[in-house]
Design a protein around this ligand. Structure first.
Ligand code: ADP
Ligand code: ADP
Length: 223
């Protein structure tokens, strides 16, 4: 599902990624851990096509059978919208829209049919246990509920890969555990691939694989 070879990234003469090699299979849940500044977010941004490696010529990146590095910006946006979902720590829900509207936005961008999308959004809300909150705006939802809405939004287009950057970082223990269980349920149900940057040790231990990053490199790979 994801093949990365010798991925390097430099910001202002500082090499943040020093040659990353990765192979992630379909349906795998991979946790990326490591100290702050190790390059985790930068790696996630490159794998999720939000950023590009510096060394396009002597590196390789294949996401869901596509090499995104040489795609034009418009094609990359289309590719991302179809194949990739994102969950961020600060979930960036749009405050003026309801939960269900927030969830449907990526589908509308992809010109999907409204009625199918709405039905699927309700199914996702049901699956996440917050169907009764469909018409609430973000400020009428708890942190855990907002995070679930963000997860539903990441899943509305049925992406093959979901990237999450500290998805449970601002959740209480119970909400965090529920969210983690949800990732595994979704993987079991839809065979989706999850790549999750986390400081949560429990989640890292539950994952199929834990990758530890330190100083721009992957240190160990525990199966
Ligand atoms: P982590 O997620 O492991 O904390 P990051 O990938 O966020 O690490 O950052 C790694 C290093 O790269 C940090 O020193 C950070 O300041 C730097 N960095 C990340 N993104 C940028 C950027 N867009 N411009 C300049 N420096 C950046
Ligand atoms: P994390 O919470 O994973 O450590 P950061 O707070 O380091 O993430 O980064 C948040 C965003 O800011 C990312 O998009 C990253 O690329 C960017 N960023 C991080 N460090 C810098 C920096 N020194 N200069 C510019 N952008 C940065």
């Amino acid at each position: 599902m994801i093949i990365a070879k010798n991925i390097q990234k430099t910001f202002h003469n500082t090499q943040v990624l020093k040659g990353i090699d990765l192979h992630i299979k379909k349906g795998e849940v991979v946790a990326i851990v490591g100290p702050s500044g190790a390059g985790k977010t930068t790696l996630l941004q490159i794998l999720s096509t939000l950023d590009k490696p510096n060394n396009a010529l002597n590196s390789e990146l294949i996401i869901n059978n596509i090499n995104p590095v040489n795609l034009k910006d418009k094609k990359i946006s289309e590719f991302r919208n179809q194949h990739i979902g994102f969950v961020f720590q600060f979930h960036q829900l749009l405050p003026e829209f309801t939960a269900i509207e927030n969830i449907c936005i990526p589908a509308y961008i992809g010109n999907k049919k409204n009625d199918t999308t709405h039905k699927r959004a309700l199914e996702l809300l049901d699956f996440l246990g917050i169907k009764n909150k469909a018409n609430n705006k973000p400020n009428q939802l708890s942190g855990g509920e907002q995070q679930r809405v963000a997860v539903a939004r990441a899943l509305i287009n049925q992406p093959a890969i979901v990237f999450a950057d500290e998805p449970s970082g601002n959740l209480d223990t119970e909400s965090a555990n529920n969210l983690h269980d949800l990732f595994f349920e979704l993987r079991d149900k839809f065979d989706q691939t999850f790549v999750i940057v986390t400081h949560n040790e429990k989640l890292a231990d539950m994952a199929d694989r834990k990758l530890t990053m330190r100083d721009g490199k992957i240190e160990t790979s525990v199966i």
